[in-house]
Each structure stands twice: as C-alpha cells, then as structure tokens.
Design a protein around this ligand. Structure first.
Ligand SMILES: Cc1cc2nc3c(=O)[nH]c(=O)nc-3n(C[C@H](O)[C@H](O)[C@H](O)COP(=O)(O)OP(=O)(O)OC[C@H]3O[C@@H](n4cnc5c(N)ncnc54)[C@H](O)[C@@H]3O)c2cc1C
Length: 404
C-alpha cells in the first residue's frame, strides 16, 4: 500500500488548509457573534454564506461526491484526508464546502436512485448549496437502530402517498433552508420479507400535515450550526407517487447504501476533531503553570499527549485502508472495515477530547473553548448512524461464521 497522497489530493489539501487558516477559523467567533443577533437561532449567520461563496470560488465544493457528473469525482481515498481537515472546525467547514451531513447522504441517494425530475427539483439546488435537506428515519416509539421496526406508514391512495408517523432527531430540520425530507416508512407493513416492507419518499417541508414540533437537544446543546435535530410529525401528509425514490420496497437497501460513505466521512471528521483537541491540549500545556511547573512538564500530561497521538495515527490508517477498500472492492467488500472504524473512532476520539477538557480545567467545559461541544458531537456518534453495539453484533457474527 502506498501511504503518500496523490497529486490531486495534495493540491486540494494545500488549498483547503489555507482556506481553513484564512477564512474558517477566523469565522468561528464571527459566526457566534452573528448568531446572537439573529431573529431565530435556526437562521444561518451571514458569514456562513460568505464562506460557501469563497469555497465554491476556490473549487473546494461538493468534494464528497464521487460521481464526477455532479460532484468533484474524488475517490474515497482522496476525499478522506480532506474530510479530516474539515473536522477541525465541524460547525463551519463541512457546510462551507457543501460537504455536511445529512445533505451529503441525501445527495448521494438522489444522484444514485433519483429519477430525472427528482434530480432537477432537489439534487440540483442541493448541489448548488441553495437549500438544505433532512433524512427522517428514527422514531421515538420504537428501537430505530433496527430499521425493520419503523412504523411510519406510507399508504398509497390513487396517485398519492399518504404519510403518517412521528420521527425525532431529524438533523438539519430546524433550519428554515431545509426544504426537503427523505422519509423512510413502510409501504407494505405486512409483507413477508421484512427488508422489503420499507420505502423512501421525498416530502417537501411545506407539505400540509408536516409539523416541526420541537428541537431535540444534545447534552443541552441545540446544535444550531447543523440545523438542530427536530421532532417531526407527519399527519396524513400527501405527496404524489412520483416522489417515491427508486422502487416500492427498496427503502432498506437504499438506507444501507446511504450509510457506508456517511460513516467514513464521520470518522474522518472525527479524526480532525481529535487533532484539534490535541492542538488545544498542547497549546494549553505549554502556556499554563501549576505548582511551579508548566503543565507540559507533568508526566501525566506527556502520557495523555502521546497516547492521543498514537491513537490518531492508528485510526487514520484504519480509515484510509477502509477508504481504499471501498474504492477498490466496493462498500460490500469493505463491510468489516467500515464497521470497525465506526466502532473504533468515536469512542477513541471521545477519550482524547475528554483528556483535553481535563487539561483545560473549568475552561474545558466552558463556551470559551470548542472542546465541550466537540465532546458532545463525538459522543453522539457512538449512537447515531447505528449504535456501537449493533455494529459489534454484526461484525462478531461475521467473525464467528468462519468457525461454524
Ligand atoms: C445527534 C443525533 C443526530 C441524529 N440524526 C438523525 C437523523 O438525521 N435522521 C434519523 O433518522 N436519525 C437520526 N438520529 C437517530 C439515530 O440514528 C438513532 O438514535 C440510532 O439509530 C439508534 O436508534 P434509537 O435511538 O431508537 O436507539 P435503540 O434502537 O432503541 O437502541 C438503544 C440502545 O440499545 C442497544 N442495542 C440496540 N440494538 C442492540 C443489539 N443488537 N445488541 C446490543 N445492544 C443493542 C444499544 O446500546 C443502543 O444504543 C440521530 C441521533 C443523534 C443522537
């Protein structure tokens, strides 16, 4: 395996690192100030739109999409180190580059499974960064890590589907720019094959019967930069049958296809978050004195920094190997590795950020450093996109199969 990045990746890395220094990091404080002045906390601060325009001008746009017709046409291996850099400022950088979840997964679904009309109406404005989107699968009433439990009903009535159900933690849905939901529900709840009962439909936000009920919190955070996480009610919301994505019964398979790339993107951004935490830890350690010595002279601090560095190097190699496998043998061939990184990365990064918080004392849990919010974001990734235990179960089953 060649560990060097190719010329295109190096060129984009250079541009992106400069973009981060010149535009993104300085915009973090500006965005906070602007947000405090907004009429609604869910509106987008003006500086975010300025970042988007600049990123697009520089060709740092839609880097996540391997489809060259719609996106940058990068392989997973080329995109992974770029996603890592955006993870250093997770509130701003992914959005600035039009590479933020859940839009990325939704754009992938539309580019792979959408028909021409759906692409024109929804994919094109998403690719242009003019609108945002949400993916609505999880339901408060049922264990939604098992998608076969979903109860939202998508009932055919003539030329329309009627959608009824309650969803929550629907990321991005609080943002008024979020104009379209991809909703997972059941078109055939009594079907024999439990993996063919589900379908996905496009539901515009302004459809009568769609209510954004409330913003769910994450450890008390609103997660405003990601458009929050909404509870959404679908009460006999009607859409034309042409809003079906793919075929009836294809929802489960589309969900599987959607989550593979999304998981690796999350893991790369998590590594960027860990790098930011290590940087903050080191800067704090050399600049703060307790009991007559810089914190950097304490052995325990050396252990934290060294362990963090070793962990990040291990994770990065595993994520890059996974990206390379996805490019060479496909997502199915990279199944074990995708699950491995999804299990390994969030928990290790949570641990690194936790040490960085500890080193900052009270400042670590405050709003004056990004650490507390980074922690909350990383911790949720042990649950979102499938809880750790679900991945462990399926990975262990595949291992055990070799011996029976
Ligand atoms: C910040 C955030 C953003 C999110 N964004 C979205 C979004 O945009 N769209 C969306 O649809 N959903 C979203 N989710 C929801 C997320 O995908 C679900 O929370 C997740 O799939 C788990 O489903 P659940 O909450 O129903 O937990 P459950 O399915 O009830 O599981 C609860 C716990 O049970 C245990 N468990 C479950 N199965 C097993 C098993 N097989 N073996 C052992 N233990 C098991 C695990 O510990 C698991 O954490 C988001 C969640 C968060 C926190």
């Amino acid at each position: 395996m060649d560990f060097a990045f190719d010329a295109r990746t190096e060129e984009l890395r250079g541009k992106l690192l400069a973009f981060m220094d010149e535009y993104v990091y300085p915009a973090e404080a500006v965005a906070e100030e602007q947000r405090a002045q907004l009429a609604s906390p869910w509106d987008t601060p003006a500086v975010v739109e300025e970042l988007k325009a600049e990123a697009r001008r520089q060709g740092l746009w839609n880097l996540f999409l391997p489809d060259a017709e719609y996106g940058a046409g990068l392989t997973n291996l080329q995109y992974a180190p770029l996603a890592e850099i955006t993870g250093r400022s997770p509130q701003l950088a992914p959005t600035a580059l039009n590479c933020a979840a859940p839009d990325t997964g939704n754009m992938e679904v539309l580019s792979q499974f959408g028909d021409e009309q759906q692409k024109k109406q929804w994919l094109e404005p998403l690719l242009a960064g003019e609108i945002r989107s949400a993916f609505a699968m999880t339901e408060p009433e049922v264990a939604s890590s098992d998608a076969t439990n979903i109860t939202t009903y998508i009932e055919r009535d003539g030329d329309e589907y009627v959608i009824t159900g309650r969803k929550w933690y629907i990321s991005g849905a609080m943002n008024p720019d979020c104009k379209i939901f991809i909703v997972m529900g059941k078109t055939d709840p009594d079907g024999d094959d439990i993996r063919r009962q589900q379908s996905m439909v496009l539901v515009p936000r302004d459809t009568p019967g769609v209510t954004i009920k409330r913003a769910m919190q994450v450890f008390g955070y609103g997660d405003h930069y990601h458009g929050g996480h909404a509870e959404v009610i679908f009460d006999h919301a009607r859409v034309p049958v042409s809003n079906l994505i793919g075929e009836e019964g294809g929802g489960f398979a589309i969900a599987q296809a959607r989550l593979g790339p999304g998981r690796i993107h999350h893991c790369m951004r998590l590594i960027g978050m860990a790098e930011r935490a290590i940087e903050l830890m080191c800067r704090r350690a050399v600049s703060r004195t307790a009991f007559g010595k810089a914190l950097a002279q304490q052995g325990v601090v050396h252990n934290w920094i060294a362990d963090a560095r070793v962990t990040v190097e291990q994770l990065r190699l595993l994520v890059l190997k996974t990206a390379w496998l996805m490019d060479t043998v496909g997502n199915r061939g990279a199944h074990t590795e995708i699950q491995s990184i999804k299990i390994a990365t969030p928990r290790a990064v949570v641990d690194i950020i936790d040490r960085a918080i500890q080193l900052h004392g009270a400042g670590g849990v405050s709003q004056d450093f990004p650490l507390a919010e980074l922690y909350a974001g990383a911790r949720t990734l042990m649950i979102a996109d499938g809880p750790d235990e679900v991945h462990q179960r399926s990975l262990a089953r595949r291992e055990l199969k070799k011996y029976v």
